[in-house]
Design a protein around this ligand. Structure first.
Ligand code: R1P
Ligand code: URA
Length: 291
């Protein structure tokens, strides 16, 4: 079995993985990811017991229990580049033996559930509502650094998206990955479902104009208008496509759930985004603790 060199998988003096500063024994197999480091404690305050509290840079991890269910909550910071770090290190923690630096013969499939915020792209998805991402459609470029493939439905959806948005010339080639089906089925009542577009920025890439002009001002309306069979684009944010893409390639079950803080069609912003996120955490963690 090939040994993974010190320069490729960096393990610190504590025996913990480089960016997350987490050791294999300090991580649960059910992991909630949040963008905002301050949100970690808003999740772990629902734990009956917190076992481990760790931090390095913007990556805070709390691991504990709700009843008998062991759960970790990890902050990712913002964007697909941070997700590259977080998902690779979470996977290494369970699927690479840190002593021998070799891939374990029996791989572990994690449950990775993002609880984040997002902007809605449909008028009927209200501010303060919740969206579960059936697919992560990336207009960032992270997944193109990995060998990846799509099933037939994903290929057709992607082709329809490229034709509809005419996006292949000016943007990075889009990519798409479906949600983890074992998780998706648990989050139905009280959640809207739809395709989530992941952007490599909050302003220009999400069609926001402050002082700079946009290269493709029609893009945001085209996202709203896109249809493929029953599918439409409900929302956009900055992590889902990267979590779904990397997670699926590694054999993990991934789900991204967002509290809608902005509605870009109605030009509304939540009056209390903190309360919306708190409600999302309460409702979702109750379900997560029983899966
Ligand atoms: C932008 O404000 C951030 O909010 C959303 C986006 O994906 C991006 O990370 O998610 P979080 O609230 O989880 O950070
Ligand atoms: N997060 C985003 O990325 N976009 C929004 O509009 C709101 C939250």
């Amino acid at each position: 079995m090939q040994r993974i060199a010190e320069s490729e998988l960096i393990i610190n003096n504590r025996g913990a993985v480089y960016h997350l500063n987490v050791r294999p024994d300090e991580l649960a197999n059910t992991i909630i990811t949040v963008g905002d480091p301050d949100r970690v404690k808003e999740v772990s305050k629902h734990f009956d017991k917190v076992e481990h509290t760790l931090q390095h840079r913007e990556f805070i991890t709390h691991t504990g229990y709700i009843g008998k269910k062991r759960i970790s909550v990890v902050s990712t910071g913002i964007g697909p580049d941070n997700i590259d770090i977080v998902v690779n290190e979470l996977d290494a923690l369970v699927n690479i033996d840190f002593e021998t630096r070799t891939i374990k013969p029996n791989l572990t499939s994690l449950h990775l559930i993002r609880l984040g915020t997002s902007g809605a792209l449909q008028a009927n998805i209200p501010v303060d509502g919740f969206v579960v991402s059936t697919h992560g459609l990336g207009i960032d470029n992270l997944l193109h650094f990995y060998r990846h493939d799509n099933n037939e439905e994903e290929k057709q959806l992607l082709q329809a998206f490229i034709t509809h948005t005419q996006s292949q010339d000016s943007l990075s080639y889009p990519y798409i990955t479906g949600a983890g089906s074992q998780l998706l089925k648990h989050f139905v009542e009280g959640y809207h479902h739809g395709i989530t577009v992941t952007c490599p920025g909050f302003y220009g890439p999400q069609g926001r104009v402050l002082r700079l002009g946009l290269s493709n001002p029609a893009l945001i309306d085209r996202l709203t208008q896109f249809r493929f069979g029953q599918h439409s684009i409900t929302n956009f944010e900055m992590e889902t496509s990267a979590i779904y893409g990397l997670g699926k390639m590694m054999g993990h079950q991934c789900l991204s759930i967002s509290a809608i803080v902005a509605n870009r069609v109605k030009k509304e912003f939540s009056k209390d985004g903190g309360a919306a996120v708190e409600n999302l955490i309460k409702k979702s963690i109750e379900i997560i603790s029983k899966i």
